[in-house]
Design a protein around this ligand. Sequence first.
Ligand code: NAD
Ligand code: UDP
Length: 324
Amino acid sequence: MRIVVTGGGGFVGSHLCEALLRRGDAVCCVDNFCTGEPANVAHLHASPRFRLIRADVTVPFDVPGPVDAVAHLASPASPPDYHRLPLETLAVGSHGTENALRLAERHGARFLLTSTSEVYGDPEVHPQPERYWGHVNPIGPRSVYDEAKRYAEALSTAYRRSLGVDVGIVRIFNTYGPRMRPYDGRVVSTFIRQALAGEPLTLYGDGSQTRSFCYVDDLVRGLVAMLDSDRPGPVNLGNPSERTVRELAELVLHSTESASRIVHRPLPVDDPARRRPVIDAAVEQLGWVPRVPLDEGLRHTVAWFAARSATRSAALPSPVPVEA
Ligand code: NAD
Ligand code: UDP
């Protein structure tokens, strides 16, 4: 297959590109690197089946050659990123999704939309099955992301119903792993960076809010299974093992053997109090279950962060003398 991955230069996208190349597909990654990093895909250029196109998908775009599937991942995803890029986030969820859908329609290709557990907002139903419609503040600080993804789901569904595009929607729950940016502001990357640097871990609120953390390799298996199927979804993809954020902080301290302390910071507005996916649909329709437990996934992630900071410090250029 030849698969276009929008947002392929980001955290999840780069792992997806890698997995697709590994099984023999050709991959065309389209990214403007507003939150991704060229370094995430630098190693993939060694494959003749990999192509990178730097483009903003909010502007209509095409790719040369055949297209069998479009995996649409382009969107800022971390709360600090979408707070910094509110209009860009709305634009990529709306115009960007429509341009990616049109590409799929032109080529008769499968279309995978990576939606999010944020469509459930601060959920009043727990755990969250796909049939739950959600509890989203349409004008709150998170709305630029939540509503963009809800619109993207509506748009993709309309393309399926009225134009027959082979759309599949997944709703991804909190995912972590190597290639998260140390300063992306997400909780796993932030706690690991702080713990490794011996800085205090910033726990928002009292830390009793919960999340369900899925290791990136597990998520990518689910994305590939959905790409290969003809299911419309939506299908939740996440690890149902629910943890408080305080518990996560303690696990990170243990995993890094760090003596950092925990400090409290105010809970952000509209921060969801709890989140856990019902994954029956993924199990039944895709035969998917997450396999990597949190302590093991954290070990891999910590090792990657530690190696990255060691390489970065070793690679720091010596100061260049200023010429008179
Ligand atoms: P990320 O920020 O690392 O990756 C997103 C990528 O999209 C980046 O490379 C960015 O440069 C690119 N991008 C953004 N706007 C673009 C545009 N207009 N044109 C071209 N490229 C653009 O985030 P991620 O964690 O890898 O998330 C990937 C997808 O998965 C997103 O759609 C996100 O909403 C979804 N998702 C992720 C999680 C998670 O926990 N990681 C949870 C739910 C949903
Ligand atoms: N969080 C925290 N400290 C941080 C960053 C985040 O306690 O330094 C909390 C945040 O308030 C939320 C949870 O961790 O309750 C997950 O945050 P993240 O931004 O990773 O994801 P999301 O809120 O989108 O689930």
